[in-house]
Ligand binder design. Structure first.
Ligand code: ZN
Length: 85
């Protein structure tokens, strides 16, 4: 995986996790049971898809090993700096 692909999938994963997390919290704290339940589940699902994207798609651009999350500062396998790759 080259660094362009890495950045793209990292963005997708982070965006889904953040948006999903926000929608989940809105659902958690909003009034009205129907919209609340829908937001709750949609947000939760988007969050977990975001996490799954990181687990399935993200590989270190330096050593090619799988990365467990989209928020890592460095590769746990080869120690490559992932912040500005
Ligand atoms: Zn690595």
């Amino acid at each position: 995986m080259d660094s362009k692909d890495y950045r793209r999938w990292r963005f997708v994963s982070r965006a889904l996790s953040v948006v999903g997390g926000v929608v989940f919290l809105i659902g958690l704290f909003s009034e009205g049971s129907a919209s609340r339940t829908a937001l709750f589940w949609a947000g939760g699902a988007a969050f977990f898809v975001g996490v799954a994207v990181a687990v399935i798609m993200l590989k270190c651009p330096v050593c090619g090993d799988r990365l467990p999350a989209a928020w890592l500062k460095e590769c746990p396998h080869c120690g490559a700096d992932l912040r500005d790759i």
